[in-house]
Design a protein around this ligand. Structure first.
Ligand SMILES: Nc1ncnc2c1ncn2[C@@H]1O[C@H](COP(=O)(O)OP(=O)(O)OP(=O)(O)O)[C@@H](O)[C@H]1O
Length: 286
């Protein structure tokens, strides 16, 4: 059986071997009880599928339920109705083979860079020496060779993201869940990190769900962009992004005529929802 490093580089290697990385979200509805005891519907009937090895970006107005959707894909929370299936099996707890990256760094401040990156393999029972070699290799891949002994507070924001990326990818996850991972970075660092993410993703090809508020970032990275409605969140449209891969520099893709065309089409769909959400939170009427 091929290792995950042998995965083909074309989009969506949809073979039986990779079927365990298919994410099927069907009729997902989530209700919360507010502190006042009222039922609040955050998500209503969300359905979309991420085929194995595909990169799916989710965009939508603030508060539409993007993070809530992710918490159910990862098994951290349970749906009120509907289901999430990974590889055909309903998610009912923390899912094996899933790695995460969030806007805030999930690095342990008391561990070195190397210590942070090798935690995943050690946790999964890899012998320490092997885990260290693998962590050093991943730190080299993310451009941090020579920084193994630093602590997170001694790194820049971009470098901490690189450590987080190495820590997420060293596990060679079948699914990578990312919630605005580069949201706190300056524009230039964000573009560099996005390009690096794409090139690393192309080596491992996990199925990705990537939440962002940045539509340019969504189009530049993804094979499909899911547009959500304002709350309660549902799927308004799914766009296929047919820009060729490998995409190369995220900065340069933005000048391609096809990129601009797709960006405009998706923004036409998204704008109405963003305006509606803004009107609601600003106390206006629909
Ligand atoms: N545990 C909870 N209890 C009550 N309401 C919640 C809870 N978690 C989330 N919500 C509500 O559900 C809605 C969706 O929240 P969520 O964080 O998923 O949105 P989002 O699209 O990720 O937002 P943003 O883009 O601002 O990060 C919000 O109105 C939020 O207040």
């Amino acid at each position: 059986m091929a290792s995950r490093n042998d995965v083909a580089t074309g989009p969506g290697p949809d073979t039986a071997e990779h079927a365990d990385a298919r994410i099927e979200i069907s009729g997902l509805t989530k209700r919360f009880l507010t502190p006042a005891g009222e039922v609040f519907t955050a998500l209503q009937g969300v359905s979309f599928t991420v085929e194995p090895g595909r990169f799916c970006a989710v965009v939508g107005p603030t508060g539409c339920g993007k993070s809530t959707t992710l918490s159910m894909v990862s098994g951290l929370d349970r749906p009120s109705e509907g289901s999430v299936k990974v590889g055909g099996r309903e998610v009912d707890g923390i899912t094996e083979g899933v790695s995460f990256m969030f806007q805030t760094d999930a690095l342990l401040p008391w561990k070195t860079v190397l210590g942070n990156v090798l935690m995943g393999p050690v946790f999964r029972g890899t012998p320490k020496q092997q885990a260290q070699a693998s962590a050093r290799d991943w730190l080299r891949r993310v451009g941090l060779a020579g920084f193994e002994d630093r602590y997170p507070h001694q790194l820049s924001g971009g470098m901490r993201k690189r450590v987080a990326m190495a820590a997420a990818l060293i596990n060679e996850p079948k699914i990578l869940i990312m919630d605005e991972p580069f949201g706190a970075l300056d524009v230039q660092t964000k573009a560099i990190m996005s390009t690096e993410l794409l090139s690393l993703w192309e080596q491992i090809r996990p199925s990705v769900i990537f939440i962002t508020h940045d539509l340019d970032e969504a189009v530049a990275l993804a094979d499909q962009v899911v547009v959500m409605t304002s709350g309660p969140g549902s799927v308004k449209a799914v766009f296929d992004i047919d820009l060729p891969r490998p995409r190369g520099s995220v900065q340069e893709i933005r000048f391609q005529p096809r990129f601009i065309e797709l960006q405009h089409r998706i923004w036409d769909t998204l704008r109405e929802e963003v305006e509606r959400a803004y009107a609601l939170t600003a106390g206006g009427t629909e």
